[in-house]
Design a protein. Structure first.
Length: 239
C-alpha cells in the first residue's frame, strides 16, 4: 500500500519510522521550518497547490491512503486533505495528540485565536512570553505589554516590537523556569498543541504562579476519522 503521510511533527517522524518497513510511505513537509528533521523514507517538500493540486498529486502518485499527522493548528492542510480524499474516495485518518488539561494550581484563560489572546494580555500581566510560533505574532504588536517571543525560525519581517528568542524544543523544566525568572515573565501565551515536547512551560508557569492564555485548536473537518496514537494508525492501515 502506498501511503501519503502529512507530517512535520514528532509523531509523524515516529510514525514514518514504524511504517516504512511495511508500507510505501511518502512523507510530506510544508517546508516552513528551516533544517527540519527529516523522517524515514521518501519525502515530498513544499505544498501541493491547494485542493486541486493535491488531488492531481494523489492520482499521479497512486496513493491508496492518507494519514494526516500535521500540527493540530495546521487547519488549512487538514481541510485540503479532507476535501481531496473525499473527492477521490480515498481513506483518510487524522492523527492528533490529546490537548493539554488544566491541573490544580493552573490559572488558564482560553482564547479562540491569536487576536482574542492579545486582547486578554493587558489585564493579566506586564511581561508576556509568547510561544505560538512565528505565524500570528503580529496580533500582539499593539498590546502595550512587553513581549518575549520564542520561535524555531525568525519571522519575516523580524518584528521590532518584541524581544525575539530562537530556540527549538524539547524544553526542560529547569530551563523554562530559569528563562521565565530571568525575563520576569508574568503571563504566558501558547497554543493548545499538546504533547510532552513543549509542556514544561506550563509546569513552569504553574510553579511560578504565572497565568496562561491558551489558544484553542481549530475544529477538525466534519466526519474525519481520528487516531490518538501511532499504534492506532498502524492498526487502521493493516485492518
Amino acid at each position: 500500500m502506498k501511503v501519503l503521510l502529512l507530517g512535520g511533527t514528532g509523531e509523524a517522524r515516529r510514525l514514518a519510522d514504524e511504517l516504512v518497513a511495511e508500507f510505501d510511505v511518502v512523507s510530506s513537509l510544508a517546508g516552513r521550518t528551516v533544517d527540519a528533521r527529516l523522517p524515514a523514507g521518501e519525502v515530498h517538500r513544499g505544498g501541493f497547490g491547494g485542493v486541486a493540486g493535491l488531488i492531481a498529486w494523489l492520482v499521479e502518485q497512486q496513493i491508496e491512503a492518507v494519514v494526516d499527522a500535521t500540527h493540530p493548528f495546521a487547519a488549512t492542510m487538514t481541510a485540503n486533505a479532507a476535501a481531496a480524499t473525499a473527492a477521490l474516495d480515498l481513506p483518510l485518518l487524522v492523527l492528533r495528540r490529546p490537548g493539554w488539561r488544566e491541573q490544580a494550581g493552573d490559572t488558564w484563560h482560553w482564547a479562540a485565536d491569536a487576536g482574542a489572546a492579545a486582547t486578554l494580555l493587558p489585564a493579566l500581566g506586564e511581561r508576556a512570553f509568547l510561544t505560538i510560533g512565528r505565524q500570528g505574532l503580529s496580533a500582539f504588536a499593539d498590546t502595550g505589554v512587553w513581549t518575549l517571543a520564542r520561535c524555531v525560525d525568525p519571522p519575516e519581517p523580524v518584528p521590532s516590537w518584541c524581544e525575539l528568542l530562537l530556540d527549538r524544543g524539547p524544553y526542560e523544566l529547569a530551563a523554562e523556569l530559569e528563562l521565565m525568572r530571568k525575563w520576569q515573565i508574568d503571563v504566558l501565551v501558547t497554543k493548545n498543541s499538546g504533547g510532552d515536547m513543549t509542556a514544561a512551560k506550563l509546569t513552569a508557569a504553574r510553579e511560578l504562579g504565572v497565568p496562561v492564555v491558551l489558544i484553542e485548536r481549530p475544529p477538525l473537518p466534519a466526519g474525519v476519522a481520528v487516531a490518538r496514537t501511532t499504534g492506532e494508525v498502524r492498526a487502521w492501515l493493516t485492518g
